[in-house]
Design a protein. Structure first.
Length: 334
């Protein structure tokens, strides 16, 4: 296994503190809405890029020489993270994005100083363009979310914090399952690597959108496979072809992948807003959706809420849902 728990622990001393030690707690109203289970949420939204991606991007850039130019492809959040870390470390950043990129994410990447290049209609096209650009310019380092070990190890620091803040404290009963959204796989592989070493009794469950089950299908056959189309509004996990490296890691570390519908994700976004006061983008609510739908068994689940950059139309739909009477959760849901 190329992911190293020692490097994950050391990363806690390297990553910009603005991304570390995020809120982690049990909310009674949320637990009641989820049928009385003791659900721990970890909020990876209250940071400059509004997602967990800053951890891995900053750790990865810390391994490069000062001033090194970097290039990557992104649907938005990884690009924001690389742009932010690159500016802080004095590294020029170029981000290739699909033409359908969330305009707010594009604006934030540019605000952080990145050069944003539109390339094709989907993430696959942007990734090809970024790779071709890096090949033409060998002075650039090509970052691929889910490929470089440091990116996943940076995300793995979430696992360190989860175990330290688990119910019962360090060495206590902890969680029976950790539920994580799966796009390129850096989050789940990094967290799983730490948990398998330090909380081996905890199951690791990933969540794909029903319209983009690329990691589920890849684990089913044992290698990376492509799906023809990613049909989901959760663009952060709308991956058509996962990286072979990411699939290999997941085969060793992930216990199960489950699917959730876009409607279940939208309902989870509403639930997070009503109970936690947190506005999530669709990908960031996927783990909560799986718990709410009963797709993941366990009395003490934990999930990471990551990604607070919804599209304008998604924010509008969420506002419309919140304007309706709240569902009665005084007994239990599901």
């Amino acid at each position: 296994m190329d992911l190293d728990v020692v490097r994950i622990e050391k990363a806690m001393q390297v990553i910009d503190p603005v991304f570390l030690n995020t809120p982690q707690y049990i909310d009674e109203q949320l637990c009641r809405a989820l049928g009385g289970r003791t659900v721990t949420v970890k909020l990876e939204t209250a940071n400059p890029v509004r997602s967990f991606k800053g951890r891995g991007a900053d750790l990865m850039l810390s391994t490069l020489a000062p001033g090194t130019p970097v290039v990557c492809a992104s649907s938005g959040n990884f690009g924001q993270a690389v742009a932010y870390a690159g500016r802080a470390r004095g590294m020029p950043v170029e981000v290739f994005v699909p033409e359908t990129v969330n305009p707010a994410k594009r604006e934030r990447m540019e605000t952080f100083g990145a050069r944003v290049i539109m390339a094709g209609t989907d993430g696959a096209s942007a990734r090809k363009a970024a790779a071709a650009h890096a090949e033409r310019h060998p002075d650039r380092v090509h970052l691929q979310d889910g490929l470089q070990a440091a990116i996943a190890e940076g995300a793995g620091t979430i696992g360190v914090e989860l175990t330290r803040g688990a119910p019962g404290g360090a060495g206590g009963p902890g969680f029976d399952v950790v539920v994580l959204p799966v796009g390129d796989g850096a989050l789940i592989n990094g967290v799983a690597r730490w948990m398998k070493e330090h909380a081996p009794g905890t199951r690791i469950v990933g969540v794909n959108a029903e319209g983009a089950p690329s990691m589920l299908e890849s684990l089913r056959v044992g290698h990376a496979v492509s799906i023809e189309h990613a049909r989901t509004f959760a663009d952060g996990i709308a991956v058509r072809t996962p990286l072979e490296t990411s699939v290999r890691r997941a085969r060793a570390l992930v216990d199960e992948i489950v699917l959730v519908t876009d409607e279940a994700i939208a309902a989870a976004m509403e639930l997070a807003a009503r109970t936690l006061g947190i506005v999530l983008e669709p990908a960031g609510a996927a783990g909560l959706a799986a718990i709410a739908e009963g797709a993941v068994p366990g009395d003490r689940p934990a999930t990471v809420l990551t990604g607070a950059n919804p599209r304008p139309e998604q924010a509008g739909e969420l506002a419309a849902r919140l304007a309706r009477p709240a569902p009665d959760t005084r007994t239990s849901a599901r």
